[in-house]
Design a protein around this ligand. Structure first.
Ligand code: PLP
Length: 369
């Protein structure tokens, strides 16, 4: 059937027809019309975090990781010392890129089944005063755990440490208010909960911090200080912008506003999450995390223990029914993941659960009921 499959992944996500149609136009990167799209988009992104007084937002070409790397390179001085709070795969990625860029790195490890602990952070900072910056992954997409952003931010503010937040998979869905939470940098991207297409990230930077970031970055293309200066001066992106991605994101943000903004998005995703978990549990599939620490973004399920289970076959059979699932990211135990985000609602999730039921029957894992 010539129909797009539903993406139950952490990005790229299923997008609306309106968002896709916005890409059917060519734009000049230096043209005033396109500059106006960029300028309005930046204002609207700042609206979402209530950050106009304290922060600026700098967009950057590339996938989300490019923006994480750029944020660390721009905000952390070359002799800075970064502490990564690690409870999963995206935390490890942030640690690796920090180290590759030559910044001093420490890692505070936690279990993958638990949020990071603000008390453990406090204790670590007590014993090691040389830490200058802390990196927190807001929603650890590797498992779906929600980390305590407000509490971690409070510890960092009290101790005078810079905080860099990877809010890639939470931004737009979970509340983040720059008037209440102190952070130096917060990173998100076009192809996640704002439901744009992938291809650009954006970083909220504290104005008073950014002023002091000239020359920190060892990279030309990833220097957010330069990108910001150039954009403020000319209204243009410093190098070729992903024009179609930018206009698609602007269109997606308009729909985000029309839907009712972050609270409406969270309500829809929470409904998706509940519909998913209820349906899967009826099929005997068990979530990996305690619901109390689970974000309504992506759910890790234990793979069926049946000998006939094989992720590749499971994936292919679900795909044939129109749904794209996601592999697990845990090394110790066999899992798979299902996203709750994107331009989908309860109907699509119910259909996905039906597709999983049929898939389990086809594989001989579950009898027809
Ligand atoms: C999606 C995501 C990223 C970025 O991944 P890319 O593959 O570079 O887009 C970074 N951090 C988290 C927590 C994510 O969910």
């Amino acid at each position: 059937m010539d129909r797009d499959r539903i993406l139950l992944t952490p990005g790229p996500l299923t997008t609306t027809l309106r968002t896709k149609l916005a890409m059917l136009k060519d734009w000049g990167s230096w043209d005033a019309d396109f500059n106006a799209v960029t300028a309005q988009l930046r204002q609207r992104l700042l609206d979402i975090v209530h950050g106009h007084d304290t922060h600026t937002v700098v967009p950057l070409q590339g996938s989300g990781t490019f923006s994480v790397e750029a944020a660390v390179a721009t905000v952390v001085p070359r002799d800075g010392h970064v502490l990564v709070l690690d409870n999963g795969a995206y935390c490890k990625r942030a640690a690796k890129l920090t180290q590759l860029m030559g910044r001093r790195l420490s890692v505070l490890p936690f279990g993958e089944q638990e949020p990071v602990s603000p008390a453990a952070l406090e204790a670590k900072l007590e014993t090691d005063a040389s830490v200058t910056h802390v990196i927190l992954i807001h929603c650890e997409t590797g498992t779906g755990v929600l980390n305590p952003l407000a509490e971690v931010a409070a510890v960092c503010a009290r101790r005078g440490k810079g905080l860099i937040v990877d809010a890639m998979s939470s931004f737009g869905a979970l509340p983040i208010d720059a008037r209440e939470i102190t952070f130096d940098a917060l990173i998100a991207a076009s192809g996640k909960c704002l439901e744009g297409v992938p291809g650009m990230g954006f970083v909220f930077l504290r104005k008073t911090v950014l002023e002091r970031c000239a020359g920190n970055s060892q990279s030309l293309a990833m220097d957010l200080f330069d990108q910001h200066q150039y954009m403020e001066k000319t209204g243009q992106w410093r190098f070729t912008p992903p024009t179609h991605v930018v206009v698609a994101l602007a269109e997606a943000v308009q729909q985000f506003v029309d839907e009712g903004g972050q609270p409406a998005r969270l309500a829809r995703y929470t409904d998706n999450y509940r519909t998913l978990v209820d349906g899967m549990q009826r099929l005997g599939l068990v979530p990996f995390l305690d619901p109390a620490i689970q974000a309504p973004i992506i759910v890790t399920f234990h793979a069926p223990s049946h000998p006939a289970y094989d992720f590749k076959r499971f994936y292919a059979a679900a795909k044939a029914r129109g749904f794209i699932l996601y592999p697990g990211k845990l090394t110790e135990i066999e899992t798979f993941r299902v996203g709750c985000i994107g331009a989908i609602g309860r109907n699509e999730i119910r259909q996905a659960v039906n597709a999983v039921a049929e898939t389990l029957e086809e594989l001989g894992i579950r009898a027809h009921d």
